[in-house]
Ligand binder design. Sequence first.
Ligand SMILES: CC(C)(COP(=O)(O)OP(=O)(O)OC[C@H]1O[C@@H](n2cnc3c(N)ncnc32)[C@H](O)[C@@H]1OP(=O)(O)O)[C@@H](O)C(=O)NCCC(=O)NCCS
Length: 195
Amino acid sequence: MTTVSTSAFPAASDSTAVRELEILASFAVPSLPVVVRFMRESDCALLEWHGGIDLRSWYRRQWDAHQAHEICVLVADWNDFPVGQIAIHWRGKPTHPHIPDLQSLRVLGAFGRMSIGSRLLECAERVVVERGFNQITLAVGTQNPRAHALYERLGYHVIGEPYDDEWHYIDARGQDCAACEVVIDMVKELMMKSE
Ligand SMILES: CC(C)(COP(=O)(O)OP(=O)(O)OC[C@H]1O[C@@H](n2cnc3c(N)ncnc32)[C@H](O)[C@@H]1OP(=O)(O)O)[C@@H](O)C(=O)NCCC(=O)NCCS
């Protein structure tokens, strides 16, 4: 005989819990397109869905660098809200400053696995090709096999050895915070327009 525990279900007398299980309305939300566009100043606050107020000054610095053309930030916009982002760092990394480096790729959880990350990568690659580069790099955490698999599927391959990647930000209390991750670089050969 199978015994089913009823502890997960509300007791008949518990009217509050019963109400929480009720469906109060059911309706379809019209589908809206996701567009990939360049970052706007108004995105700074909205991008705090990742990191919250502690990354406020970090997003501000990202916007300043975007405006100064040191980096190029693309966002995936859904209903005027940036649900994803990626940043092209034109001067790359100290180990390969001549190759643009992709950083800060992330997609809001509820919008995951809808190809938004792939589209952001493709658009970033297009922007890089238009600027005349035929290679692009990125770093992936050695503890992030799913992102690694995504990059391999899109044509990136590992170069070099794992290393500690440390970055800093000033949190909401004005403290200098450091975040560190073991990463490995990946590179992709890009097809130039005339090829
Ligand atoms: C990695 C990430 C940008 C992918 O965005 P996405 O829009 O879900 O990607 P796509 O829909 O184009 O592709 C889905 C693939 O992304 C990878 N992926 C899915 N969820 C992931 C997660 N939580 N973390 C890392 N990679 C993930 C998988 O390879 C997945 O393929 P699968 O569905 O066959 O498993 C997104 O999951 C994310 O923001 N992750 C957290 C931050 C991160 O890891 N950034 C990468 C830093 S190198």
